[in-house]
Design a protein around this ligand. Structure first.
Ligand code: FES
Ligand code: FES
Length: 161
């Protein structure tokens, strides 16, 4: 076991991990941050997306050891300081961008990363960016609509699904 520490959602945390402990497992099992979901554990579904030093990362593809010393952001850290939903989360609620909600944490984290780099993405850019995020409820239409609304664009011309 190796002791590691990192910053998660602005707080310094530490723990003891094996060399093969995935970041996703460290977050969920050691830190009890279970908002990061595990859909596949094989880098396909995107349910486990977190931010590492500001970049979207599938946390099942990274060892916890590799994240030592980094700044990690999870869905638990996305709400506003007063606990209200942030603009992306609110847009998902307003535009029914979720059904069962399993993919939602990863979708929100990916959306945040997209909007940081591309504040006004086109619909096709959103769809392309979400290529690595699978929604098993297939609610993509409203997810895309929510992300475009979160970017401040008029989505009234996009039909409801
Ligand atoms: S659990 Fe990481 S991509 Fe599916
Ligand atoms: S809302 Fe169910 S998996 Fe996406």
């Amino acid at each position: 076991m190796t002791e590691i520490s990192m910053t998660v959602n602005g707080k310094t945390v530490s723990g003891n991990v094996q060399g093969n402990t995935l970041l996703s497992a460290f977050l969920r099992e050691d830190l009890r941050l279970t908002g990061t979901h595990i859909g596949c554990d094989t880098s396909q579904c995107g349910a486990c997306v977190v931010h590492v030093n500001g970049e979207a990362v599938k946390s099942c593809t990274m060892f916890a050891l590799e994240a030592a010393g980094t700044e990690v952001g999870t869905i638990e850290g996305q709400a506003n300081g007063d606990g209200s939903l942030n603009v992306i989360q609110q847009a998902f609620q307003d535009h029914h961008g979720l059904q069962c909600g399993f993919c939602t944490p990863g979708m929100v984290m990916s959306a945040a990363s997209l909007l940081k780099d591309n504040p006004k993405p086109t619909e096709s850019e959103v769809r392309e960016y979400l290529e690595g995020n699978i929604c098993r409820c297939t609610g993509y239409h409203n997810i895309v609509k929510a992300i475009m609304a979160a970017s401040g664009q008029d989505v009234s011309a996009i039909a409801a699904e």
